[in-house]
Write a protein that binds this ligand. Structure first.
Ligand SMILES: NC(=O)c1ccc[n+]([C@@H]2O[C@H](COP(=O)([O-])OP(=O)(O)OC[C@H]3O[C@@H](n4cnc5c(N)ncnc54)[C@H](OP(=O)(O)O)[C@@H]3O)[C@@H](O)[C@H]2O)c1
Length: 326
């Protein structure tokens, strides 16, 4: 089968190579999936560079999420050969290949109403957003939700899910086109945070109260500024650090303003409490049926085009999800 492989860590443009390789063998708790579609994530770039929290053994195939058909199932899974699933993959046999491995607990059957390209774009972005907003953020109807990088992968999902939860959604993004996309996704107020001061706009829109939940995949200065517009008893969700800087949170500031800084790592639930992911997944399928979950997909690329596409993703050159057809 064809697969993108990494033999030494480095920039994806330098270290990602398409190769012919053996199909991976699933362990007892795993399944092998014939990949109909995969999706790219910011973390794929970090994994290739050895800068992600999970470091697969070399050589590995990156790619965190796929949709496709189960072609082999370990004896201790409840999965069946022939099932169409969307799945979080199991390193080192990731999704940027014609076949990938996934754990049975993170492989969810999908119905005919969901195309492979759409299904591949759902797990990481929407599970992050669902777990972040609900399990970790306890978002309530009527609250104000501020979503940063709202036109990106995890951000676009958070706008849709926040709106569906009855929140008033304010989004930030870089540039006029992305700001307009945030509006189309459901944001009532969309801010170009490269040219406008989002802190004063949020504070003004909320009568000085601030946002109850802030969803931050950017970190750095955006996180620092977010602390200036978080509401009393607000929850500042630490989603990621696309800016490249991991910020510090002064404990005295959280004390004085009565807010919480809340870490969100949805993937950890697969090991610690998979029922949370199952519940979120069921909710996402219900919301897909209602037309709420609609992944923003503007680009579909081949395996050979992945290194360039990943470069665009981390260089702020993509919107929503980039889907890979292997
Ligand atoms: N916690 C979790 O469980 C979890 C799960 C998935 C992803 N994440 C994290 O969430 C973040 C976003 O991931 P994603 O895959 O959805 O990517 P993405 O949002 O599609 O792309 C990143 C976006 O971040 C914004 N950004 C701001 N400053 C940037 C900078 N200096 N360089 C590059 N981008 C910058 C850009 O949007 P603008 O141009 O609009 O600023 C860019 O489009 C990543 O840090 C990722 O690791 C966390």
């Amino acid at each position: 089968m064809r697969a993108l492989r990494v033999h030494e860590l480095g920039d994806p443009a330098d270290v990602l190579r398409v190769e012919e390789t053996e199909s991976p063998e699933p362990g007892p708790l795993q399944v092998r999936i014939r990949v109909a579609a995969a999706a790219l994530n910011f973390a794929d770039d970090l994994v290739c560079k050895g800068r992600y929290q999970e470091k697969p053994e070399l050589p590995f195939t990156p790619g965190m999420e796929v949709a496709g058909e189960i072609v082999a199932a370990g004896r201790e899974t409840n999965c069946r050969v022939g099932d169409r699933v969307m799945a979080l993959t199991a390193p080192p046999s990731g999704g940027l290949a014609q076949e990938a491995l996934a754990n049975g607990v993170t492989s969810w059957p999908i119905g005919d109403n969901l195309a492979d390209t759409e299904a591949a774009a759902i797990p990481v972005a929407y599970l992050t957003a669902h777990v972040g907003l609900h399990q970790r953020g306890a978002l309530r109807s009527g609250e104000v939700l501020l979503v940063h990088a709202g036109a990106g992968g995890v951000g676009s999902a958070a706008i849709q899910l926040g709106r569906a939860a009855g929140a008033m959604v304010i989004a930030t993004a870089g540039g006029a086109e992305k700001v307009e996309l945030c509006r189309q996704l459901g944001a009532e107020i969309a801010i170009d945070y490269r040219s406008e001061d989002f802190v004063s706009i949020v504070n003004e829109a909320t009568g000085g109260l601030g946002a109850n939940v802030i969803y931050d995949p950017v970190g750095g200065d955006v996180f620092d500024q977010s602390r200036q517009c978080i509401a009393f008893e607000g929850r500042l969700l630490v989603i990621g650090f696309a800016s490249g800087r991991i910020p510090d949170a002064p404990a005295n500031h959280a004390l004085v303003k009565n807010y919480s800084v809340v870490g969100v790592y949805f993937g950890r639930y697969a090991a610690m409490n998979p029922r949370v992911l199952d519940h979120a997944q069921a909710e996402l399928m219900r919301l897909h049926g209602e037309g709420v979950v609609r992944p923003l997909i503007r680009a579909k690329v081949s395996l050979d085009e992945v290194p360039a596409a990943l470069g665009q993703l981390v260089g702020r050159g993509t919107v929503g999800k980039v889907v890979v057809i292997p």
